[in-house]
Write a protein that binds this ligand. Sequence first.
Ligand code: IPM
Ligand code: MG
Length: 382
Amino acid sequence: MQNQIDAAVKQYRKLLNDQLDRVARMEKGEKAKDFTAMNKIVVGVCGGDGIGPIIVNEARRVLDMLLKDEISSGKVEIREIEGLTIENRLAQNVPVPVDTLEAIKGCDVLLKGPTTTPKGGTMESANVALRRELDLYANVRPVCVPEENIDWIFYRENTEGEYVLGSKGIEVDGKLAMDFKVTTDVGTRRIARAAFEYAKTNGKKNVAIVTKANIMKKTDGKFSLICHEVAKDYPDITADEWYIDIMTANLVNPEIRNKFEVFVLPNLYGDIITDEAAQIQGGVGTAGSANIGDKYAMFEAIHGSAPRMIEEGIGDYANPSSIFKAAEMMLRHIAMPDKAEKLSRALAICNEEEKAVVVTGNRDGATCKEFADYVIKTLETL
Ligand code: IPM
Ligand code: MG
C-alpha cells in the first residue's frame, strides 16, 4: 500500500503543478475574436457518434440554406470534420485524435454532434477534452417556456470543477478512490464576468450565484466570493446567493421559478441543473448549448448520442431540435443575428405554434429528416 501512497503523492504534485501552469496561461488572457471584422468564417461540422451524424447532417442542410449567399460569396465556409467517432477514439486511445483536433483548430467555430463517453476506465470524454484544448470556458444554455414567462440562461463554468481532473483521480486498491475538484481565481472571474456582462447587455436585473459553498468550502467558497466581487462592477444587477440543492427545488416550483434570469455556477452543478431546466422546457432534445472561449467556440446539443436509439433501429427518428438551437446560437455568435432570429422564429413555428410535423423520438412520430424539411420549408416563407 505504501507504494501506492508514494505514487499518489507524486501524481498529486504533478497535478498541482499542471494546474498552476494552466492558471499562468489563463492569466495571460486572449482577446476575443471579433466576427464583425472577419472576411471569412470557417464553420466546422462534426457528426460524432450514435444519432450525432443523423442530426448534424440535417443541421448542415439548414445552415446551407440559411447561409447560401455567404457560402457562395466565400464569406462562410462549412467544413466537414472527421474522426471524432468512438471507434476512432478507442482505436487511438485518445479523447480527440491529433489530426481531428488540428482540423478543428483550423475552424473558427464548430457545430458538433454528441460523442459517446465510456463509463469508468480512464478514457476522457471528447467534450471535456475539446472544452479544455480550445479553452471554452463558458457553457451557455438558454431555456425558455414562453407560456410561463420563463426566460433563463445558464452560465456554466466549463473548464474546471470536477471535470478538469475527472480522469486523473487516485485509487488505493480495495480501500478508497479520490477525485479532485479545481477552482481557480482567474477561471472563476472570467465566467462570472461573462454572466454579468450578458445580464448587463440584455437588460437582466438578476444573477443567481449557485454553489454548495457551505460544504465545498475551498472551491465553491472561492467561486461564490469571486462572483460577488465581480458583481460589484454591476451595481444595477442584483447578485443572489443560492445553494444548488434548493435551486434544483426552485426550478420545479412554478410559484417562483420565472423570477430567475441568469445563473452562474460551477461545472458539475451546471451540467446537472441544465438537464433539469431543459426537461422543464420540453426535454433535453429541445435545448441548445454553446461552449464559448475567446478564440474558439463550439455549439452542440445538450443531450447524448442515444446509442439505445441506434440499437433499436430508430436513429432516424431522433429529434434535431437541440442541434438546431445550437446552430441558432452559433449564428448569433458569428455576428449573424438576423439569420439566428430567422431560425429561432422557424423553430418556434414548427415546435410550438403549427406543430404540423412532430418528432417523438419513435416510429410513431416524424423522422429527423422530415422535421428538417419542415423547418427548411418554414424558413423559405420568412
Ligand atoms: C453536457 C454533457 C457532457 C458533460 C458529457 C457528454 C461529457 O452531459 O454537455 O452536459 O458532462 O458536460
Ligand atoms: Mg450534461
